[in-house]
Each structure stands twice: as C-alpha cells, then as structure tokens.
Write a protein that binds this ligand. Structure first.
Ligand SMILES: NC(=O)c1ccc[n+]([C@@H]2O[C@H](COP(=O)([O-])OP(=O)(O)OC[C@H]3O[C@@H](n4cnc5c(N)ncnc54)[C@H](O)[C@@H]3O)[C@@H](O)[C@H]2O)c1
Length: 259
C-alpha cells in the first residue's frame, strides 16, 4: 500500500524501531518508496516489525537486529544498506533509553547506560553514515531523535535530558563538518507520545491530555510526519535545527492562577 514515491530510490536506516516512534517512521518511509533497514536490539521485535510493514504491501523493509550503540554493529548496518541497494541516503538515530531516577541517588551504571545508548550510539552512527555518504558524493540526511526534555527540565530525568540536549549540540557541531558534503543534520524533539512503552502507565494519556495545550499527547504519526519532512529533499536547506513536536507543552509556563 505505497502512498507516494517521495522516498523512492532512498535507502534509510532507523534505529530502535521495533515499536513506537521509530516503527512509525519506518512504516511511513516504506509507504513512500524507501528501502528501509529497521533496527532493534530485540530480534523478534525487529523481525515482526519489518514483516508487518512488508505484509501491508509497503515497499522494502529489512530487519536489522542488534545493539545500535555497538560500533562494529553500526558499521555492519551501514555496510548492509550499501550491499542491499548500493547507497545509504538517510539515517535516523532514534534509539534512546529513558532511565528515570532521583538525582541525589542516581546510580553510576544507569548514567553510563544512558550516555552509551543515547549519545554513543548516535555519535558513532552519524560518523559511520557520514563517512559512507561522503564517499558516495551525493549528500544525505541525518536526523537524531531528541526530546522536549532536552529543552525543559523534567523531574527525575537529569541524565536523560542531558543526553537529549547534547544530541542537539552534536547536530549543530556537525553542520560545520558535514555541510561541505551536502549532508544536513537535524534533531526532532518529541513531547509526550503514546507508544507501547508510555502506555504502560495507565494514567499517561489522561495526565498529558490535561497539561498539553493542544489537549492530548502526540500520536506516533505526529512525530513521523515531522521527521519525514526533515529528511525529505524539501528540507535540504534546513540543518542544525531542532523541531519540537509537543502540542505546545514547551511553549508555556505555569500561570499565577494555576499554582
Ligand atoms: N515516547 C515518548 O513519549 C518520547 C518522547 C520524547 C522522545 N522520545 C524518544 O524517541 C525515541 C523512541 O522512543 P519510543 O518511546 O518510541 O521507543 P521505545 O522506548 O519504545 O523503544 C523503541 C525500541 O528501541 C529499542 N532499543 C532500545 N535500546 C536499543 C539499542 N541499544 N539498539 C537498538 N534498539 C534499541 C527497544 O527494544 C524498543 O523496541 C527515543 O530516542 C526516545 O528517547 C520518546
């Protein structure tokens, strides 16, 4: 059920995409003609997700199970993209873990895990992809999944929020490095989004509906729509930017009559 050809002849890697936001990005890209390498650390989830996209009759979706923060695995994903279709055009470093915890007692292993997955994984995927794109000589697009918590403080998310803010600075730095090769690099910062993970909390939708100006948390398609724009040919002149998709949550602060 391909709906358009906007991404025909584009080969894309999306990490952490067995479910949630990344899965929706893969589905929408495949619907539009892309060859998609769908990565997840959970092999069953990766295979089932890719199979379900193919099953809907949408283009080419290849499961690529492995740890997106492992440098050797990252290189093997880039090599697989090239082997399957001759080039790599778009990379969405979407895998990220959220480990909540009180700052005063936050454990060292949690901090290093969050840094390793959210920052290390994105940094080395960007590096491997940029090297490949530079070799190809026809530009490319990188997109990192950040978060509103990289812009606004959020209780018990000091470590996670710090990694998301750092991803936004990484994108800005890479403007210097990658613009000469016509590779643009942006971040997308989702607000509260309904996914399999967030919906584990039975109060999630009601609470975020109450505190989000637009009256609801995002659906994964809201995030995917914005992401597809940022990696499309239409956004080639946009680079080093962060697009917040949060129903207005970060635009406001508590008013006197609310406290
Ligand atoms: N859901 C939200 O409300 C929300 C809000 C803001 C930002 N984000 C960000 O969006 C991205 C996706 O979040 P989500 O909630 O859709 O996903 P999620 O937390 O449900 O995870 C998606 C998938 O990532 C996989 N994964 C975890 N670590 C991995 C690794 N090292 N390598 C490969 N795969 C791995 C998991 O197995 C899972 O299937 C993350 O970067 C997250 O920080 C999410």
């Amino acid at each position: 059920m391909m709906t358009s050809t906007a991404f025909e002849n584009k080969t894309v890697i999306v990490t952490g995409a067995g479910q949630g936001i990344g899965f929706e990005m893969c589905k929408q890209l495949a619907y539009r003609g892309a060859t998609v390498l769908l990565n997840d650390i959970d092999e069953v989830l990766a295979n089932d997700a890719a199979q379900s996209i193919r099953g809907e009759g949408a283009g080419n979706c290849i499961a690529c199970a492995g740890d997106s923060s492992d440098k050797d695995f990252i290189q093997s994903m880039v090599d697989l993209a090239v082997e399957k279709s001759g080039s790599l055009d778009i990379v969405i470093a979407n895998a990220g873990i959220t480990l909540f915890g009180d700052f005063f007692t936050y454990p060292q292993d949690s901090l290093y895990k969050v840094l390793h997955t959210n920052l290390g994984g994105t940094f080395f995927l960007a590096q491997a992809a940029a090297n490949q794109m530079r070799k190809q000589g026809k530009g490319g697009s990188l997109l990192f999944t950040s978060s509103v918590t990289g812009h606004q403080a959020h209780k018990d998310l000091a470590a996670y929020g710090m990694t998301k803010a750092a991803l936004e600075m990484l994108a800005k730095n890479l403007v210097l490095e990658l613009s000469p090769f016509k590779i643009n690099v942006n971040t997308i910062a989702p607000g509260a989004t309904l996914t399999e993970r967030t919906m584990d909390d039975p109060n999630y939708e009601a609470v975020w509906s109450r505190i989000t100006p637009m009256g609801s948390p995002a659906r994964t398609i809201d995030i995917a729509n914005a992401a597809l724009f940022l990696v499309s040919d239409g956004a080639k002149h946009i680079t080093g930017q962060s697009l917040i998709v949060d129903g207005g949550w970060t635009a406001i602060s508590p008013s006197p009559n609310e406290v």
